[in-house]
Design a protein around this ligand. Structure first.
Ligand code: NAD
Length: 504
């Protein structure tokens, strides 16, 4: 993999790369060695104000909203082409910034391009209204209008993919945007700004302000000219954002944390189930919202299954994210490493048996956590209830379907679930009874862009993806038209007549 140059990062506002008004910057660290990568402009309220003003001007008076749909969608296709052209650089920057293995970030870059192509198609085929005819008297119809300025706030765990996942439907439907990317992963957001610039997108349509959540992020949420916030991140942050946006009547889409169960029944295809749960927890360094961080295995097969899990954990390749053979890289930041390490201490205190792979000595400067199994857990342990967001899986035995359903649902989150059984009646029955936004039966986490994505309970509010994004990013307006004769009540007329006859 060739190295690509990295420069200091500025905000992208109104089609210009500019320093923050305060001129403050922060240092962006490489999770592999904790050395500085570059300096990043630190945005505050005044920078957000500028970005929102530019997005509002572009929405109210720019060409974006009124241009022909084909013309608007052609920008999305151009952006997808540019992402593909720069895919190798995007993948390099993402791995450098986040510690995600290069083999995995390559797919993320491709997915980013796909998001733009997909929404360019979806708007043509599925951004449709409905009409309701009332006899020969009325016709009522709905149209979908862009809402205005969309505020987009993203996390660091799959930054490029998640930024494009929000920007593509927001722009395709005619909104303008202000993106506040995660402070620990600014590199690919900046690359995206350069791609937008190169695409010739009208100025102000897409603005990016870097900085921290409590300052730049909070100012975006509180801004009265921002009509909606699409947020992906921790549940506690989501709750805070909903509170902070209440005064300005924001519309929210919340994609939050998870503690998703994988359930392996004794009749499952155990080899496939093994591949799936290993991938599900250890890909993305375990920093994956839909990770199967709770593994329920039926008692009759648990010994054999755990044996195989241990073998795999010992042979997973922990290493330099830039090495194409690496399967687990370092966690994003030292603070997050400390968080995950704290959970390993809690697991020990709670009596779990800990089995871990190893980290080569030469990588000790990085934020590495070895792939870890927490064996003999119970569902009520802290490590089985709280999101750890690292390569750590709690393994819990079960006897019956009723028992495992109760345990699977006994958690505050409800993002994803995975069921492995060859009894398809049970597969459907179980899938429908699990409290989660998404369930995969005999499958790992594969996604079709047409389906809705989102969680229940503390894992989220609303759905994005496919045409479901249109409900969030557009205003549905209904227009009532009289097409025939109909009775209109005559208020005040009778009374007037009554008065005039009394006067006579
Ligand atoms: P986080 O909540 O700490 O931060 C996410 C973003 O919110 C960052 O850009 C941050 O700067 C910003 N932010 C923080 N405080 C804010 C505030 N008060 N106002 C406005 N913005 C604020 O999350 P993270 O640690 O970056 O990401 C990991 C979390 O994201 C995990 O919980 C994971 O499960 C979740 N996640 C969920 C999904 C999903 O689709 N459900 C996908 C990926 C990640």
């Amino acid at each position: 993999m060739p190295a690509f140059p990295v420069q200091d990062i500025q905000h992208y506002i109104n089609g210009q790369f500019i320093d923050g008004i305060s001129r403050k910057t922060f240092v962006n660290l490489n999770p592999f060695n904790n050395q500085a990568i570059n300096n990043v402009a630190e945005g505050f309220k005044e920078d957000i104000d500028q970005a929102v003003a530019s997005a509002k001007e572009a929405f109210d008076n720019g060409p974006w909203r009124s241009m022909k749909v084909e013309e608007r969608l052609a920008y999305l296709v151009r952006i997808a082409d540019l992402i593909e052209e720069h895919a190798e650089e995007i993948s390099f920057l993402e791995s450098l910034d986040t510690g995600l293995p290069i083999s995995q970030t390559k797919k993320q870059a491709a997915r980013g391009a796909e998001n733009f192509r997909f929404y360019a198609e979806m708007v043509k085929s599925r951004l449709i209204g409905e009409s309701y005819q009332v006899d020969d008297t009325f016709i009522n119809y709905t149209i979908h209008k862009p809402i205005g300025v969309a505020g987009l706030i993203t996390p660091w765990n799959a930054p490029f993919m998640l930024e494009t996942w929000k920007i593509a439907p927001a722009l395709a439907t005619g909104n303008t945007c202000v993106l506040k990317p995660a402070e620990w992963s600014p590199l690919t957001a900046n690359k995206l700004a350069h791609i937008f610039d190169q695409s010739g997108l009208p100025k102000g349509v897409l603005n990016i302000v870097h900085g921290f959540g409590e300052t730049a992020g909070a100012s975006l949420v509180a801004h009265p000219d921002v009509q909606l916030i699409s947020f992906t991140g921790e549940t506690t942050t989501g709750a805070q954002i909903i509170k902070n946006g209440a005064d300005t009547m924001k519309r929210f889409s919340m994609e939050l944390g998870g503690k998703s169960p994988a359930i392996i029944f004794e009749d499952a295809d155990l080899e496939k189930a093994l591949d799936s749960v290993i991938w599900g927890i250890y890909s993305f360094n375990g920093e994956r919202c839909t990770a199967n961080s709770r593994l329920f295995v039926q008692e009759s097969i648990i010994e054999k299954f755990v044996q195989r899990l241990k073998q795999r954990v010992h042979s997973i390749k922990v290493g330099n994210p830039m090495d194409p053979g690496t399967e687990i890289g370092p966690l994003i930041h030292r603070n997050h490493f400390d968080n995950v390490s704290r959970y390993l201490d809690i697991a020990k205190d709670e009596g779990a048996d800990i089995v871990s792979g190893s980290i080569p000595d030469e990588f000790k400067e990085g934020n590495f956590i070895a792939p870890t199994l927490l064996l003999n857990c119970t569902n009520d342990m802290t490590v089985a209830q709280e999101e750890i967001f690292g390569p750590v899986m709690a393994v819990i035995p079960f006897k019956t379907e009723e028992e495992v359903l109760r345990m699977a649902n006994d958690v505050k989150y409800g993002l994803a679930a995975y069921v492995w059984t060859n009894d398809m009646r049970r597969g459907h029955r179980f899938a429908q009874a699990v409290d989660s936004g998404m369930v995969w039966v005999n499958s790992q986490n594969v996604r079709d862009l047409r389906i809705p994505f989102g969680g229940s309970k503390y894992s989220g509010v609303g759905r994005e993806g496919g045409h479901y994004s249109f409900e969030f990013y557009t205003e549905t307006q209904v227009i009532h038209v009289a097409i025939g004769e109909h009775h209109i009540p005559k208020f005040g007329v009778e009374k007037q007549n009554a008065v005039s006859s009394a006067e006579q």
